[in-house]
Structures are given as C-alpha cells and as structure tokens.
Design a binder for this molecule. Sequence first.
Ligand code: GLY
Ligand code: MN
Ligand code: MN
Length: 535
Amino acid sequence: MKNLILTFALLGTFQLLAQDEPTDFLSAEFHKGRREALRASMPKNSVAVFFANPVRNRANDVDYLYHQDPNFYYLTGYKEPNAMLVLFADPQTGADGKTYTELFYAQSRDARRERWDGKRLGPEGVKAKLGIEQAYDHHEFKNSTVEFKKFDKVLFFDFKNDARDTPDDADIVDLTQQFREKAGIPANFNGARETLYSQLRGATEENFKQVAETVFARYGRNPAMRNDEHLQAFIKAKDGKEAMKVIKNMPQLPSNLDMSSLSPKLGKLRMVKSPEEMKLLRKAVEVSCVGQAEVMKAMNPAMSEMEIRGIHEYVFRRYGSEYEGYPSIVGSGHNACVLHYVENNRPRMGSDLVLMDLGAEYRGYTADITRTVPADGTFSPEQKAIYEIVLEAQEAAFKACKPGTPMRETTRICREVVDKRLVEIGLVKAGEQHEYFPHGVSHHIGLDVHDLSDGGPMAEGVVITVEPGVYIPPNSPCDPKWWGIGVRIEDDLLITKDGYELLSKYAPRTVAEIEKMMALPSPLDGYALPNLDKK
Ligand code: GLY
Ligand code: MN
Ligand code: MN
C-alpha cells in the first residue's frame, strides 16, 4: 500500500464518514449493567482485569482487520486495541478521596496515527461515549497505585501470546507485562500448565487414577504438557497417597491469583441474551437468512464456490454487517465433507450439493446458519435421501429444545435418527460403527460463534444452534453412488419459557422449499463481467 497516495485519496471523504456511524450499537447503559452484574458475582475484596485483543499481523506492514475480544466488548463497548479494564468488587478510594469501582486505560489520541488508521476515542471519548468515568491514557497504568497483591483474589484470563511488542511502551504487551509485575505473576507463568495443575489439584486419593486419565486425554497430544514432570509423576503414582504428595510438590502461584473463575462467571452472564442483544442477534440471523435465499436464487452449475461466498458476504454488507462471525464455508461435492472447509476455491460446482455455512456478524453478534443445496437447483435421488435423513434428525432434536434439556441431548437424538436411517437405506450395516456424523450438534451463539455459557442445560433466553450432518467423502466404505455427498443443516433457536423460537426460519430448509426458491429469478441473472482471460 502506498501510504501517501492513499492519504490524499481518502482524507477528504474519511473526515465526513467518520462522523456518520451507525447508531444501533449496544448502549453504554447495557455495558455498564454488565460490569455491575459481573462485579456482583465477584468475591469480596477482589479485582478483575481484562485486556483488549492484540492487533495481529498479516504480513509486512499490514495487519489483520482488528476485532475486539468479545468479553472486553461485552463489558465496555470499546472497539480499539491496547486497552485494559480493571473492575473492583468493592468501592475503592482514590488519593483525591473519590470512590470508584472501575478503571479504564484507553489507547492515546494521536493525530498522526488517526490520520492513517482512523479515529480513536482516547480517555475523554471513553468517558463521553462509553460512560466509564475513571478513564485514563494507557501510559498511566505503569504508575497506577492499585496494589493487586493486597486483594484476596485477582481474577484474570490467560494472556494471549500472539501479540507483537511495538515501539509504543503502553501497547498490549507492555500493559500485560506491567500487570504481571504488579500482581506478582512469575516470569515463567504458563496459563495452560496452570490449568493442568489446577485440574490435578482437584483429585482425591480415591479418584486420582480417573483424573490422571481425563487430564492425559486432554493434554496428551501436547508434548510440552505431556512431558511435564509433575504430570508424569502423578500418572505414575502407585497409590492415592503418592498422588497427593505429587500435588503438594507442584509449584504454587501466589494463592490470590485466579485464572479460572472469570470464564464461568462471564459464561453465565453472556449466555442469556437481553432484549437489546436479541435485537442485534435477530438482525444477524435474518441478514444471514436473506443471504441464503438470495444465493439460492442466483446459483447455477457454472458458478464457483468463491462467487457463492461473495454473494452471501455482499448481502451481509448491504445490511451493514461489519464482519463474518467466522470464515465463510462454501463447499461443493467432496469439499462439503471437510467440516470447516474455508478455501472455497473450486471453480465450477456442476450438479453437486453445496454446503454453505455462513454467519453475518452484526454489531458484534453472529449468526451461524448452514444450508445445503444442489448447485443445479434439483436434488438427485441420492442427495435427497441423505438430505431428508439430516432434516429428520434436526426436526427430532428441535422437539427436545426447551429449558432444562442438557445441551448434549440434541446430539444424542440426531445420532439415533441418523444411525437408524443410514441402516435403512443400506449405507451402513446394522450395528456397524461409522464416521459419517463426526461432530456434536449444539452450541451457544452470541458475541462468539461458539459462545460462552455456564455449561449447564438449555435455559430461557439462550440462543443455540442445532446442526446435524452426514458427510460421505470419496472412497468411503459404501456404494460409490453416495460418495461426495455432504449435508449439514444448521439453524439458530432462541430457547423460550416452554420451548423454542426458530430464528432462522426465513432460510428455505425443506427439499421443496429449496427447489422452489432456486427456481426463482435473481437480480444477478445476466450480470456479466468482462472476460479478463481473453486477450
Ligand atoms: N460454523 C461453525 C459451526 O457451525 O460451528
Ligand atoms: Mn455451529
Ligand atoms: Mn456453522
């Protein structure tokens, strides 16, 4: 990118556009309410610390499009990097005698940088726009008088290790390092290892063998963890007494440091969506449904996976969605059998089934919807047979969606239907193990596509997916007529007082609905571009 040319080209328009932002973001009151709710769940004399997401480098002097950490966004509404939030369970008194319960450190205003990279709020903007009274420039954290070591609990998330240290001495690497020093976190601190040790500490003389197995299953593939001397000693312990001795000898962090409590606390809050959040999440889902319907109208066998992706994402942008909630998946034929296929680079889809798993992210909230359709507009008998099995499984799982149902129940129901029906159509033999349905069926959605939750059963106000699938890669041990068929159907459901609302009902789902939609004309029919391959 040639900086000077770009400056002159964009500067005039930027200043006009910068004042012209959408107005339907979450309100400052919402974020304040979330901070209060989190504070209410914190133990007495505790402090919680949050860091903004790092800027990730793409190559040379180009970074990936910045995206805020969802917890940080939920609590503040701040969309910039190099910032931190400190929340206190109990009111603190400053040197000026004023009390406060939160501190925010924002990246500095910087006329030169803002001319290149866009507007920054700075501490004053944080006060005015986000309603956080105690907001400071991030360079001031270094001299902050907060005595983290004096708190009974210091709550924090594991640090992100993919941040780049820049010449600025208050970037996220510096803020994190300053916090570590102030809180007494040892230089050799390793978050993953701490999580492992805390799991081992939960073992008793009676269940130590079982804990060793569970922990090893989780960490066994990571050599640094697998070969940890304490884990090895724990696994080799002859009896419960020896296992307890191993635990006693494991290095201990200062006892007030707590890296494990924030996630369940935020999960409990974030999983239940308020009306203000639902307005945005509904919009994300509806935008994504329109994308699916418009693509169905426009699709033809000569199209590429990339073009299909582009039409979805164009629809997202038409509605003002800032991001995709996850990399878009458009896989035709055997590509549909790769669960998170993101290359999307097959030039011609022919008459194959096309699996399209895409979600618009609108004001932070992301949909997660999958539709699978025949590129030529008509299901073949084999495509239809597999599609209807997946649909039947999904419909059966829908019936169980209500408060109190364990999240894993939808997977159990879908597997039961799929296993039975694959035998009926002769694709697998009775009792035969198969690998055609290799994933679970439900997760929460929200600010993350795999949203935080408390890990408990479905509850009123949570939004979940139901996404069974059957994938038959080439060379599978079955009649080759099934090869290259991959089907996933994924919908988003709001759990209500006594059941559910199907939020993604606007995207055609049955064979008849899909074929009908695909027969409709599209505004893109006849939209020809110059052929650049002809000399
Ligand atoms: N799109 C990711 C998922 O379905 O979980
Ligand atoms: Mn999903
Ligand atoms: Mn999905």
